[in-house]
Ligand binder design. Structure first.
Ligand code: DX5
Ligand code: ZN
Length: 222
């Protein structure tokens, strides 16, 4: 999907929302690869964040980078379409948040957008087997979704390894993303387990020098 071997995707959840456009510009200029856009609905997760209008506003502000939308919402389909219209490049959703996973994936892909599936620390991977050939990305949560700044859950490493094997066996070009508690220490563990795309919120936005932090994260990828 993306040629680059490793992708760093700052989660804008940890950015200063009062200065969102500038924050995104600065973090991308500092060497980030994707914008990770966390959408929460106070229903699927106990928190409420930003929607398609904010995605569209970033596009209108001049952000041309790859926008990686992580939907933590139930239901999925209508808002997924709104995010496609708002300029999303990839939309990931949690399989348990939709009744018909295959239909939800193809409703996204039919519009020319990429699609991903997200697995929580306690969500089994069985749904992945049936649709692995249909998706562009698997996202493994290494925290329970809903909040930034949580501690990395180490049992997610085994899940990453399992998915790495499933992806390699499929022979498809599918990215393996990890999200939650990624910092200079945990990025090496996640990459050793097989992840190639790394979301980091507080580890980047809570530092002064985004460029230095992103390059330190990159150099700790195993
Ligand atoms: C959690 C979100 C994450 C979160 C990551 O529900 O999906 O993207 O913002 O934040 P950090 O990197 O601070 O754990
Ligand atoms: Zn996320």
């Amino acid at each position: 999907m993306t040629e680059q071997k490793y992708i760093i995707a700052p989660s804008i959840l940890a950015s200063d929302f009062a200065r969102l456009g500038d924050e995104v510009k600065n973090v991308m200029k500092a060497g980030a690869d994707w914008v990770h856009f966390d959408v929460m609905d106070n229903h699927y997760v106990p928190n409420l964040t930003i929607g398609p209008m904010v995605c569209k506003a970033l596009r209108e502000f001049g952000i041309k980078d790859f926008i990686d939308v992580h939907l933590m919402i139930d239901p999925v389909d209508d808002l997924a379409q709104s995010f496609i219209d708002a300029g999303a490049d990839l939309i990931s959703f949690h399989p348990e948040a939709t009744k018909h996973i295959h239909r939800s994936i193809h409703a996204i892909k039919d519009k020319g957008c990429k699609a991903g599936l997200v697995y929580n620390p306690a969500t089994p991977l069985h749904t992945l087997e049936s649709v692995i050939d249909d998706i562009d990305l698997v996202l493994i949560m290494s925290v329970n979704p809903g909040f930034g700044g949580q501690k990395f859950i180490h049992s997610s490493l085994e899940k990453i390894s399992k998915v790495r094997k499933m992806i390699d066996d499929s022979g498809k070009d599918i990215r393996l993303e990890v999200d939650g508690g990624i910092n200079k220490d945990t990025i090496g563990l996640a990459s050793s387990a097989g992840a190639d795309t790394f979301v980091a919120g507080s580890a980047i936005f809570n530092t002064e020098n985004y460029e230095q932090t992103i390059s330190e994260l990159r150099s700790n990828i195993a």
